[in-house]
Design a binder for this molecule. Structure first.
Ligand code: GLA
Ligand code: ZN
Length: 681
């Protein structure tokens, strides 16, 4: 039986298009005609309309003018395209801020921003909520049933926070709902320290450089509140659209591992997850091969947020204007980096921006149509070529990704670690650690989900959970159940030190039952200077430890690696413990070398997990798969600048050209092959 998960209705194609701003060109209507000609030439089938168009749509309060949008919607529909229509709350007209100053954002230092930029509003303001709901209702009423309308794009890259009096009050209400009593709050935040005990709710202020910044529980709850308040604002935008156009799905564009919002919570309010992808290809810090892995990780995160296909809402067809050095993608890299998104579950390849703006902030940001205005450019040709290929991939739309391995990543956990005073004080490198653990999976072509503490663990054979510092009683039990039923888990230094409110666990780390799961306890952590390292020996090989060496005492665990220097030389650096039907690995140091890679390989073998490609992948080549339950599609991607050959045990046909392929497969530099074969039941 085929199982597909379509993100939108009645258009079973991979979307190819992007941010379209005819609102910037209303004085030159011929540009819009030209856009339609070029859209077809570029093999684009989608335009994202109206993201920052509020000033055009409502030039004066209560006076609306939808003429540019009517025209764009009609023209796109006539040309066979579809529209993702945005709500304009990301940037508001100047008259609105002038007349209603309460919408302006207040910073943590209590200064109030002037009008300007974007994403610069108070998320509590009743006026702003009313105004955004009004304009959204007008858009929905006007374009309800329009043949072009495919989806709603809610606002743009929600982010930031507001510290105005209304937001501060909303925070106190949020705390009252969470803790019920001040005593409970004081206990969890351990406000007994430095006499910070609150005796009235009104004394609580959000963290600020002018006031409190060292009560970690407060900071953590404030970040959670910011997520909840942003979600509340977003729901206010969505509910009016759902009343008028209940069948039109909603999405908002996310920003990868952006630390300002817990996307796992926010995603629950969306019909589809989408994200804006701007990796630094050809960067001077890491290789394109490493970058490909880091980017794949974010694609996997986005897919895992709702456990279904996602969308790449933005990417650049050439370069951006906000990296430190804005390099061009090499010929062929655009095709490869776009298909990478599809390989990991995206059902769209979309751009910022369709046409380069003529002035202002992003006039030198890459676009499909450059200032030159015609199609005779390298970038346009590469976009058109990709569009042609995507046009042959209807078979991929709605297929899902089956993963037996999960990487655990939790926003609150990352916030708490970053805020901890101690260890390497300024940068605990959580993200770098996550990426380090992902790379061995990526290069072996292992589908991986990136899940949170509340997600279902039972479908995975292997869970990799680096630096899970905040462990609630619930999580403790969940890990223990998972392993005792046969799961394999890998945890690291800093596991289970505090509870969900950043209050230390007593009785030794890791928390409670985790000491039995791992068969050890952690007594101390030695933090190394950046230029220091320690030696680690495992199975006759020497490895290198950097940053952290935790000193653990095995109770039932078996030591699989030992420290080679310092006063803890000879003590356990990595262990494994049999627990119930499963196995729990503990890596007590941070590896800078290939210990992680070697161990991951062993764990995959133990868990019986292999790539669907079933064969040997040379360095720089990887393979990720999607399936509808009947056919498996493998994207074989070559991120190196060399021709490569991979070997497969299966016979495949290419999904876009039907060519039969088996045995040794050669790939040109940057080439992606999309292979398919029927699954045998
Ligand atoms: C973000 C925004 C876009 C644009 C691009 C530039 O993702 O959503 O409006 O500014 O960045 O790369
Ligand atoms: Zn506010």
């Amino acid at each position: 039986m085929t199982e597909r998960n379509y993100l939108w209705k009645g258009f079973p194609h991979i979307l190819h298009g992007g941010d379209y701003n005819p609102d910037q060109w209303t004085g030159t209507p011929q540009i819009q005609e030209e856009d339609m000609r070029l859209m077809k030439l570029a093999n684009c089938n989608e335009m994202t309309l109206g993201i920052f168009a509020w000033a055009k749509l409502e030039p004066e309060e209560g006076k609306f003018d939808f003429s540019f949008m009517d025209r764009a919607m009609d023209m796109i529909a006539e040309n066979g395209g579809r529209v993702i229509l945005a709500t304009p709350s990301g940037a508001r007209p100047a008259w609105l801020s002038q007349k209603y100053p309460e919408v302006l954002r207040t910073n943590a230092d209590r200064t109030v921003n002037l009008h300007g930029r974007r994403h610069n509003h108070c998320f509590t303001s009743p006026v702003y909520r009313k105004k955004t709901a009004e304009i959204n209702a007008r858009l929905a009423q006007r374009y309800k049933g329009h043949p072009a309308l495919l989806m709603w794009h809610i606002s743009n890259e929600y982010g930031g926070e507001c510290h105005c009096a209304m937001c501060r009050e909303a925070f106190r209400d949020w705390l009252k709902r969470k803790y019920k009593t001040l005593d409970a709050l004081n206990e969890q935040w351990w406000t007994y320290f430095w006499a910070h005990t609150y005796t009235d709710w009104s004394q609580i202020e959000p963290p600020s450089p002018l006031g409190e910044s060292s009560t970690h529980g407060l900071t953590l709850d404030w970040k959670r509140f910011v997520t909840d308040q942003t979600i509340d604002f977003m729901k206010n935008e969505i509910s009016v659209l759902k009343e008028i156009t209940p069948d039109v799905p909603v999405t908002t564009n996310l920003m990868g591992f952006y630390q300002g919002l817990d996307y796992r919570k926010l995603a629950k309010e969306l019909d589809a997850v989408s994200w804006d992808n701007y990796p630094v290809w050809r960067g001077n810090e890491i290789s394109d091969i490493e970058l490909a892995s880091d980017t794949a990780l974010i694609h996997d995160l986005n897919r895992s947020l709702l456990g279904k296909p996602f969308m790449m809402m933005e990417s650049t067809p050439s370069h951006v204007n906000w990296h430190t050095y804005n390099k061009l993608k090499r010929p062929g890299q655009h095709m490869l980096s776009s298909l990478q998104a599809v390989a990991h579950g995206s059902d769209s390849v979309q751009y910022f921006q369709w046409r380069k703006s003529r002035g202002s902030s992003e006039k030198f940001h890459g676009a499909v149509v450059d200032h030159v205005g015609h199609e005779n450019t390298r970038v346009f040709r590469e976009v058109a070529e990709l569009g042609k290929r995507l046009g042959k991939l209807d078979c991929i739309v709605g297929t899902t990704t089956v993963s037996k391995v999960a990487l655990l990543y939790d926003w609150s956990n990352n916030w708490a670690i970053d805020d901890a005073q101690g260890f390497q004080r300024n940068d605990k490198k959580v993200m770098r650690t996550i990426r380090k653990h992902y790379r061995p999976l990526w290069r072996r072509g292992i589908n991986t989900d990136v899940i949170g503490f509340d997600d279902d663990f039972s479908k995975y054979s292997l869970i990799i959970a680096p630096m899970i510092y905040t462990v609630s009683e619930e999580l403790e039990n969940k890990i223990s159940d998972y392993v005792s039923r046969g799961g394999i888990i890998l945890c690291t230094y800093m596991t289970g030190m505090v509870n969900e409110n950043d209050l230390c666990h007593l009785g030794g780390f890791p928390a409670g039952r985790l000491k039995d799961v791992f068969g050890l306890w952690n007594e101390e952590i030695d933090t190394l200077y950046p230029d220091e390292s320690n030696k680690v020996y495992a199975a006759g090989r020497e490895y290198k430890a950097v940053d952290y060496c935790e000193i653990v005492h095995p109770t039932s665990a078996e030591t699989i690696a030992e420290y080679g220097s310092d006063f803890y030389s000879g003590e356990s650096a990595a262990t494994v413990n049999n627990y119930g039907k499963g196995r729990a690995y503990y890596v007590a140091f941070r590896d800078e070398g290939d210990f992680t890679d070697t161990l991951t390989e062993a764990l995959l073998k133990e868990a019986g997990v292999a790539s669907e490609f079933d064969g040997a992948l040379p360095n720089g080549v990887t393979a990720h798969s999607r399936t509808d339950g009947e056919t498996i599609y493998v994207f074989l991607e070559n991120y190196s600048m060399q021709s490569q050959s991979a070997y497969t045990g299966f016979t495949w046909s290419t999904a876009d050209s039907g060519e039969v392929i088996n045995g040794e497969i050669s790939l040109k530099p940057y080439e992606t092959l999309i292979l398919s074969r029927k699954l045998t039941k």
